[in-house]
Design a protein around this ligand. Structure first.
Ligand code: PNS
Length: 164
């Protein structure tokens, strides 16, 4: 059985991520989306919220599972009995960073291969940080994320405004 892990922060999941998820899921038997729960960072959404958003948008993909992870990616990959790590590449600038990690991860975990999927051109500009910035200023994010995610972003920033 071919098991792959698609790791990321997904803070929040974007249409670009979803495109990669669908394409990767069609190539493997089981795709585990690993949501990084990094206790030293303060993401906009908690790991639980990010897992919930991903679960909603992936509910029609039967071979996709969502799990949060902490610590090293290589350890999570071994725990998942996976041999493939999926990463999306938007531009050459992504490649330098990704190459370094793919190579060092393979030294530590030789059974693991990183599979890069080139982002579709219509999502090459898109990142979670772009989405967060637009949402923070009540910008139109309908082209960037599914409606269920856009709703959570609006709620998040409405609540923040109320707290201030
Ligand atoms: O969506 P991102 O922020 O680009 O994802 C980065 C991620 C989660 C893949 C990376 O930071 C990661 O795997 N972190 C876990 C710690 C680790 O193993 N780091 C080295 C490999 S990148």
């Amino acid at each position: 059985m071919r098991i792959a892990v698609y790791p990321g922060s997904f803070d929040p999941v974007t249409n670009g991520h979803i495109d990669i998820i669908k394409r990767a899921a069609s190539m493997v038997d089981h795709l585990i989306i690993g949501v990084l729960h990094n206790s030293s960072k303060t993401p906009l959404f908690s790991a639980e919220e990010r897992v919930n958003m991903l679960s909603e948008v992936c509910q029609e993909l039967p071979n996709v599972e969502i799990r949060a992870f902490d610590g090293l990616l290589v350890d999570f990959v071994v725990e998942c009995h996976a041999t493939i790590v999926v990463r999306g590449l938007r531009a050459v600038t992504d490649f330098e960073y990704e190459l370094q990690w793919a190579q060092s991860n393979r030294i530590v975990c030789p059974q693991m291969d990183t599979m890069f999927l080139v982002t579709n051109v219509q999502y090459s500009y898109l990142s979670s940080s772009v989405v967060r910035e637009y949402a923070a200023y009540q910008g139109d994010i309908s082209a960037f994320v599914p409606e269920s995610v856009a709703r959570r972003l609006r709620e998040k920033f409405d609540n923040r405004t109320l707290v201030q």
